[in-house]
Design a protein around this ligand. Sequence first.
Ligand code: ZN
Ligand code: ZN
Length: 330
Amino acid sequence: MSPALRLQTENTTVQRLRITIRGAVQGVGFRPFVYKLARALGLTGWVNNSSQGVFIEVEGDSENLSQFILRLNEEKPPRSSIHSLESSFLDPLQFEKFEIRESDDSGEKTAIVLPDIAVCSDCLAELADSMDRRYQYPFINCTNCGPRFSIIESLPYDRSNTTMRAFEMCDECRTEFVDPANRRFHAQPNACPRCGPAIEFCKADGGMITRHHDALLAAAQSIRDGKILAFKGLGGFHLIADARSDAAVDELRRRKRREEKPFALMFPSLESVRTECEVTELGKDCWNHPRLRSFYFKKRKYGNQRSRNMYRPATLISERCCHTHRFIIY
Ligand SMILES: [Zn+2]
Ligand SMILES: [Zn+2]
């Protein structure tokens, strides 16, 4: 042992800390967060996902270990929540680095599975950027957003346990996936137009007509033409018709045998909702909530005549519904 190293070990107490965290800690960028935090504090060891939660072993001096525990709780990813954190000190094992280890899928499965999370602002910006490689790519996602519950087949939450395992990441996606500084570091559904799923527009009998962005344009046109679109989302089918077309809505009511019950409406922005509904502060919060996508708003007593020409949600609501009726904005 060199004199410098001996001096260091004599003046500091190196300890190993084993931590078990339970809660909503999978699919939220928790392991990358732990990785970055441990590295920032100069700690060595490992983190992995298990069927029960997240396990961590970190080794370093006690001051940095205390900081680690403190910052785990204070700086954890916004979508995560820690229900319990247990820790115990052990003899050091002289880990050489900090690493994310393979998940351990043994034992009872008690980890909390997150719901699907609405697309985040960073991904939205990329989606609209014609220079970005995910420009207009509908399956865009990152550690902070994207599908979780709908794609998970078993725990722990790893790509091999999701429906995304059928799509092998291209070199660029894999580079993002393994880069701790990247927003897609260990983002399990990571994908791009080259390697990920694509949308298709099909005839009623299932025959494919077109793919990719053309499929989206064709689908939009079919709605404008008064047709009813069966949109296969991550968690099932949505039936979509033009809310401004009485004929399309009537046909949807006839086929669904749903004469009166209000349908959900899609609005492009909160401003457009305001033209027809009363939006409270709570409603505004709901609109911006990353996990909520369907809400009830109270219909305005007197609709905006100009906007009525644009949206005409009244056509979706039964004649018997009065202005106090609540309906769903989807
Ligand atoms: Zn995102
Ligand atoms: Zn890719």
